[in-house]
Design a protein around this ligand. Sequence first.
Ligand code: PLP
Length: 223
Amino acid sequence: MISENLHKIQQEIQDSCALVSRQASEVRLVAVTKSVDTETTRILLEAGAEDCAENRVEQLLSKKQALKDYPHVKWHFIGNLQRRKVKSIINEIDYFHALDSLRLAQEIQKRAEQPINCFVEVNVSQEASKQGIAVEEVEGFIHDLASLDQIRVVGLMTMAPLDASSSQRHQLFKTLKQIQQRIADLQLTHAPCLETSMGMSNDFPEAIQEGATFIRVGTALFQ
Ligand SMILES: *Cc1c(COP(=O)(O)O)cnc(C)c1O
């Protein structure tokens, strides 16, 4: 049952926050609806979800259109965005979680009608297969975005490898949080960088303990 899953996850968010003396209101639950249809997404919205994430352009656009009677819902794009698709999606979303190249940023700059909330994706685990900017290049990359006035770096995003141990995940999330805080301390106008998007169904409690402010949860909502 979706509403039961949602309440269970909200409880787990509270419990994880309590462990580290955080407020549950600091954590935003982004429901990843990429694997379910519009009607299932509607049930989730009826149950109280306020943030939806998709990783396919066409699917986000058609769901958003079909669910326009929920105007308060925020739409997030997660995952790889091809440059040729930027134009059709960028003005339809509230957050983009996977900014990982200057060429993509330049295309967003060209197509955006207002500043776009972006998370810079960081490859903290240094896996060759993973998307994202290398840890040592994040600061330089963010400086390079300064001239693009339609890019607003709200935070950093990462994914832990599926086979990482619990202690490895804690370390990865802790590292992302440290980089985020270092960038935030620079007080860059175009990059307030106050947020971290980290934690999925299997590891969001650990991400919250390490300071996640956006968690992206799919499977656990719909199983
Ligand atoms: C699918 C996906 C998620 C959600 O993963 P679950 O394990 O289903 O919770 C989160 N983030 C990204 C980038 C994804 O592609």
